[in-house]
Design a binder for this molecule. Structure first.
Ligand SMILES: NC(=O)c1ccc[n+]([C@@H]2O[C@H](COP(=O)([O-])OP(=O)(O)OC[C@H]3O[C@@H](n4cnc5c(N)ncnc54)[C@H](OP(=O)(O)O)[C@@H]3O)[C@@H](O)[C@H]2O)c1
Length: 362
């Protein structure tokens, strides 16, 4: 399990040469503001090997946050994270390992008949009640949460997951009312609180694509204050003194800055952006898609390119993402060790101050 002491030692070994706020607080730990994501890429041995080398390189050169999910590349991404953690010349307790559950995962490859696979592996075994499945592929039921957490621990070969996200809960809004989704989240959170008390995870959160950056009238909206209050209720149900809910993941980049610009969440003085609400609530924000899934590496919109420092469009885009007020870490996906080196290099520049950040929106 990640520990405060190991992360501070990691920082002391790696901080030289990085920008002033490159390492940031995450609870009692300290983490790099650039993390490594493992979403994209084919489910092949060759891509596994590239991810392995990228993760080892990242861990050994100043990145101590690794993000994955049980369904990424049909379980292969979790397994390669486990292998790389073992092979890297880095203390396991010095890195935050995050994963997610919610989408029913395949096992290594896409089966010929996905429906039959889900039926045989999950429904007939009693792990999932078919009524709890949304569009046949997404589930928040506590029994499923338990099963997925156990499988992730096995895939990652870890005793504890440092941050476990409920994956894209807004997917449930396709077939459920918002109130029903909050209820389902509270039940899932109660199970995660129990698993936290048992030492299987350290923190949990929600990873979203649309939920927190769209306006309240959007069908995909979920209210961050309501989600936080459900987590507090879940902690009480589980008999925990305080909630282990700590992190939010959402996309944030120069062409998708809604988490900063859209005031969608009720705060004490009226509606607030997701980033501002999270910061004031003491939550950590981990940003996904800082390069807009690779598109920004090919060039930034002209009106912002000149306002951002960096040698390349990718470096500028990363600097923007990790400069968002309240952002703990920008997770950049890469299975290329060369891109790891370039992304680490972008962390040698200081993040933008508030005035410079605001100026990119003028
Ligand atoms: N809802 C969710 O929970 C959610 C959704 C999306 C993503 N995520 C998480 O966030 C992470 C990041 O998002 P993402 O992977 O979707 O998108 P991203 O980080 O914006 O972009 C990844 C793409 O950029 C390329 N790239 C990376 N560094 C580069 C560089 N220096 N120069 C040129 N190209 C570069 C990668 O290709 P190479 O492999 O060739 O480097 C990859 O194709 C994911 O990996 C995942 O862990 C979560």
């Amino acid at each position: 399990m990640v520990t405060s002491e190991a992360t501070w030692n990691y920082r002391d070994r790696h901080a030289d040469g990085f920008g002033r706020t490159y390492f940031r607080r995450f609870g009692d730990c300290i983490v790099s503001s650039i993390g490594l994501g493992t979403y994209l890429g084919d489910p092949t041995d060759a891509v596994d090997d590239s991810y392995h080398d990228s993760i080892v390189r990242a861990l050994q050169s100043g990145i101590n946050v690794v993000d994955t999910a049980i369904n990424y590349r049909h379980g292969r991404s979790e397994r390669v994270v486990g292998r790389a953690l073992d092979d890297a010349d880095v203390d396991r307790d010095a890195a935050v390992v995050a994963t997610k559950g919610g989408f029913v995962p395949f096992d290594g490859e896409r089966p010929d008949d996905p429906g039959e696979f889900v039926r045989e592996e999950y429904v007939e075994t009693g792990i999932v009640d078919s009524d709890d499945l949304v569009r046949g592929i997404h589930c928040l039921a506590p029994g499923f949460v338990d099963d997925q957490l156990d499988r992730s621990l096995a895939n990652l070969a870890l005793e504890t997951i440092d941050c476990y996200y409920v994956h894209n809960p807004e997917f449930q809004l396709d077939e459920r009312s918002r109130e029903a989704v909050y209820e389902a989240l509270e039940a899932a959170f109660a199970r995660l609180e129990e698993r936290a008390a048992a030492g299987d995870l350290r923190h949990y959160g929600v990873a979203t694509w649309d939920a927190f950056r769209v306006t309240p009238d959007d069908p995909n909206h979920l209210s961050l204050p309501e989600v936080v209050s459900r987590a507090r209720a879940a902690a009480r149900t589980a008999g925990n003194d305080a909630t282990h809910f700590r992190a939010v993941q959402l996309p944030f980049n120069v062409v998708m800055a809604d988490a900063f610009t859209v005031a969608a969440h009720d705060g004490p003085d009226g509606p607030q952006s997701a980033l501002r609400f999270a910061r004031e609530a003491g939550l950590d924000v981990f940003v996904s898609a800082p390069l807009a899934q690779g598109r920004l590496a090919n060039g930034l919109p002209e009106e912002v390119a000149d306002r951002l420092d960096g040698e390349t469009p990718a470096a500028k885009a990363l600097t923007f993402a990790r400069s968002g007020p309240g952002v703990t870490c920008a997770l950049v996906g890469t299975s290329s060790p060369e891109h790891v080196v370039a992304n680490v290099d972008s962390g040698r520049a200081d993040a933008m101050g508030a005035d410079a950040f605001d100026a990119t929106f003028e």
